[in-house]
Design a binder for this molecule. Structure first.
Ligand SMILES: [Zn+2]
Length: 318
């Protein structure tokens, strides 16, 4: 698909087709328009964590198989590393302001506070929540990209502006605000050039199909109050969640996870040959990454990268 998805950047780069944050959905256009009672077949691809586990498990075999295992493990490690690099570049590309930080680090705290004081919104990846092996790898990758291994590493409009002291300094003399403004304006331009969808309807048509609350949320980028959604605490074992606008299946039951944020959350969306990724990300112009239905463009919420667990190594929270 030409349209960039949330993982469009890395999906295009990972020639093994192993972009991890979506699962394959075998479905055709006819059945996609009738969402009720559909079955799905989706399998999350191997994760970075499992590649790392395989690396350790590969040790301790006989010499011959050990060599073979080492070869496989090396390939897996290289693949995991390339994947992590693509993932980091993607976060930098999709977030107007992106901070790689450690949750306990006072310098990171300073940088974040300096930005918060100026009302600057930013994406955060807390490296200490990635597990020590991945944390070290990410720092190596950041060193390669920015010349420094230390945290925080702060990116504005895709460029590294430095660490905590640099961020504070740029915030104090007003140049940070200006840089962020320029980055947001450039993201806005990108967004306005990419908003045509397969299913286009006028507001009148949408209003005739949706109740006023759904219209406000899906078509006017509205937000429900936290804890109010009927699916917030709903964790079914089977089935899937579909777009409230057009019925396109978006997330499997297994991609939904418990969260305390007050809204239903998922760690990966569907992808199919027919549609590409069923959910696409676009900067919303305010510094956050909005997610919309790939088919009809209805607003679904935002994506954050702060939910790293063993089961969700990408840390995505949709
Ligand atoms: Zn839709």
């Amino acid at each position: 698909m030409a349209r960039p998805g949330i993982l469009g950047v890395s999906a295009a780069r990972l020639h093994d087709g192993a972009a991890r944050s979506f699962e394959t959905l075998r479905i055709n256009r006819t059945s996609a328009s009738k969402p009720q009672g559909l079955s799905f077949s989706g399998a999350a691809a191997a994760s970075v964590v499992s590649a790392v586990t395989a690396f350790s498990a590969a040790r301790g075999t006989t010499l011959r198989s050990n060599l073979r295992a080492r070869h496989v493990a090396m390939a897996q490690t290289i693949e995991a590393n390339a994947y992590l690099k693509a993932k980091i570049e993607e976060m930098v590309a999709l977030q107007p302001v992106m901070v790689f930080s450690k949750s306990w680090c006072p310098f990171c705290k300073k940088a974040k506070e300096a930005m918060e004081q100026q009302g600057i919104r930013f994406g955060v990846c807390e490296l200490d929540q990635l597990g020590s092996e991945v944390e070290a790898e990410v720092q190596d990758i950041l060193a390669g990209l920015t010349g420094a291994r230390t945290v925080p590493r702060v990116f504005v409009g895709g460029n590294c502006i430095g660490g905590g002291t640099d961020t504070e300094k740029l915030a104090a003399d007003g140049s940070l605000k200006k840089m962020v403004g320029e980055a947001l304006a450039s993201y806005k331009n990108k967004v306005s050039g990419a908003t045509s969808f397969e299913l286009e309807k006028s507001d009148e048509e949408w209003l005739s199909e949706l109740d006023s609350e759904k219209f406000r949320i899906l078509r006017r980028r509205g937000t429900e109050p936290p804890g109010s959604h009927k699916y917030d605490k709903f964790l079914p074992k089977v089935g899937h969640f579909s777009c409230g606008g057009c019925g396109l299946p978006l997330y499997s039951a297994s991609s939904k996870f418990a969260s305390t944020c007050g809204w239903p959350v998922f760690d990966k969306c569907y992808a199919s040959d027919d549609v590409g990724q069923h959910v696409m990300g676009q900067p919303d112009g305010s510094g956050a990454l909005e997610i919309v239905c790939t088919r009809c463009g209805s607003h679904l919420g935002h994506v954050f990268y702060d939910s790293v667990t063993e089961a969700n190594p990408n840390g995505e929270r949709h």
